[in-house]
Write a protein of this length. Structure first.
Length: 130
């Protein structure tokens, strides 16, 4: 049996990479690790994890994913802060998707903070040209 690779692009099996974060068995050590786990949650449709990892100050009341959109690739660019000794950080990334209507990507610089609940996504600046 070939284990499912993690959608985040680490090359590791999902069960060893982002899935333990999704299940709450461990927390992200860095802002980039949280961002990668959130991408994986979009890819596997884990709305509960997306909501848990979203900072309460900006978390939407409802979150619904489009079942026709398949997230298939993540490219991580620059990061600032977000390390094991930081309390805030940013991660620049491009996430690629496909749907029956076509394909495209989303480019964003996401902001993260670390508090009592670990790293959480706050918000991001999306590149409107994508």
């Amino acid at each position: 049996m070939n284990p499912t690779r993690c959608p985040c692009g680490s090359g590791l099996p999902l069960a060893e990479c982002c899935e333990p974060l999704h299940r709450g068995e461990r927390t992200a050590g860095t802002a980039e690790q949280l961002m990668r786990s959130r991408f994986s949650a979009f890819a596997v449709g884990d709305v509960a994890y997306l909501r848990r990892s979203w900072h309460p100050s900006t978390r939407p009341a409802d979150l619904a994913l489009d079942d026709d959109v398949r997230w298939y690739r993540l490219d991580v660019g620059a990061t600032t802060g977000g390390g094991v000794f930081d309390s805030a950080g940013t991660v620049e990334f491009e996430a690629f998707w496909r749907s029956p209507d076509g394909r495209g990507s989303v480019r964003e610089v996401s902001r993260f903070v670390r508090g009592a609940d670990g790293w959480q996504y706050v918000d991001g600046d999306v590149d409107p040209t994508r």
